[in-house]
Design a protein around this ligand. Structure first.
Ligand code: KG4
Ligand code: ZN
Length: 361
């Protein structure tokens, strides 16, 4: 029987200041609290996350968010079996704020400290929510990440492929901007697409003809810009229906690329998978989700999409990754540095570029 463990998790790698307390024994793990303080309003005017503003906001807010998480869970620091903190990849100022606070608390209270890779947090979430066994395929799709990970163990990840430029969330956000829709762009574009014709504008499906499961989304945005400009040149502007059709065409292209590359990633995994799991804000998109569900049904494996608040950035996934490490016998350590880039799979070739929401790793 597993010993009951309670960990505090701290996450500050992008634009969410988060702390959570997770408890796990022999049954279903319990999220005792999960506080997420977003920074959307601080960055809104700049059209993207400003690293310096994010770092300062994390530094100012982390103490309070940790206190709130402990209070909401009804526990004190002394009742913790350890602290887990995101040590990268991400915007370095924010990561450092979290790491310094976690180190200070761990030293002051004599608690074991577990540095956690933010992407490992996302990748291990289906085990927190659904208790699935290794190995499974994880598709991470958000504003900053887009990659296929074969998750073989707590610390064993094989990156099968990923975007070579923009993350899909970034592409949704840029599309929204080009069409005068509000940010974050994903939900706005999805709402418009619901009453649009996905066949009127046929946008490119980049890299589908290429082997492997790497993806590219930046050309899609350029194609959309061209289609919009052609309409403007032609008619002096775009109508509401034009906008809906552009959104529907764009969404259909992203959904098709993700689905086709997912089938390919399942083949590339080359072993029997327990599930296809998704994480990241883009996984909220109903068309994308439906496409992925049908891919997993065709492959005969369950489809797992954790609740949205655990798919997007949060600290419960970090606390859980700490529990996984403790259980796997991985030693806690004070000897680590905060890392802006930290690929989960050291053997995979480096991905190009860095998203506006931070390192894609
Ligand atoms: O995982 P997330 O909350 O944050 C990070 O990227 O770290 O993902 C946010 C991204 C944004 O780019 C947003 O536009 C996108 O997820 N998103 C969506 C939808 N909801 C959020 N994209 C497409 N369809 C949606 N319904
Ligand atoms: Zn994330």
């Amino acid at each position: 029987m597993d010993r009951t463990l309670t960990l505090l998790g701290i996450e500050s790698s992008c634009d969410d200041t988060a702390a959570a307390v997770v408890r796990a024994g022999s049954g279903q793990p319990e999220i005792l609290s999960s506080q997420v303080l977003g920074q959307t309003s601080l960055h809104e005017a700049f059209g993207g996350v400003v690293p310096e503003i994010a770092a300062r906001a994390h530094a100012e807010r982390l103490d309070g968010v940790v206190e709130d998480a402990l209070a909401a869970a009804g526990v004190t620091l002394d009742q913790m079996d350890g602290i887990a903190v995101t040590a990268g990849p991400g915007l370095i100022g924010g990561v450092l704020s979290g790491v310094m606070l976690a180190r200070g608390l761990a030293v002051a209270r004599g608690l074991p400290l577990f540095p956690v890779n933010h992407l490992a947090g996302h990748a291990l979430t289906p085990r927190l929510t659904d208790g699935i066994a290794f190995p499974y395929l994880m598709l991470l799709v958000s504003g900053g990440h887009c990659q296929f990970l074969l998750v073989k163990g707590v610390d064993r990840f094989v990156r099968l492929g990923g975007t070579i430029d923009d993350a899909p969330g970034e592409a949704f956000d840029k599309t929204a901007k080009l069409l005068g829709l509000p940010q974050p762009g994903g939900p706005a574009v999805e709402a418009e697409a619901a009453s649009g014709d996905p066949k009127r504008f046929v946008f490119p499906r980049p890299l589908l003809d290429r082997d492997g499961c790497d993806m590219s989304f930046s050309g899609l945005k350029t194609a959309l810009l061209r289609a919009r400009d052609a309409l403007v040149a032609d008619k002096g502007g775009i109508t509401v229906q034009d906008r809906r059709d552009l959104c529907a065409g764009f969404q259909a292209a992203v959904a098709e690329v993700l689905a086709k590359k997912t089938s390919r990633a399942i083949e590339m995994a080359g072993e029997e998978l327990t599930a296809l799991a998704v994480a990241g804000g883009v996984a909220a998109n109903k068309t994308i989700r439906a496409n992925l569900e049908s891919v997993s049904a065709k492959s005969g494996i369950p489809f797992i999409a954790p609740p949205l608040k655990l798919c997007t950035d949060n600290a419960a996934m970090i606390a859980w990754a700490g529990i996984e490490r403790l259980r796997a016998g991985i030693s806690p350590t004070m000897e680590f540095v905060a890392r802006p880039r930290w690929p989960l799979d050291d053997r995979a070739p480096a991905l190009l570029g860095s998203g506006k929401k931070g390192a894609k790793a």
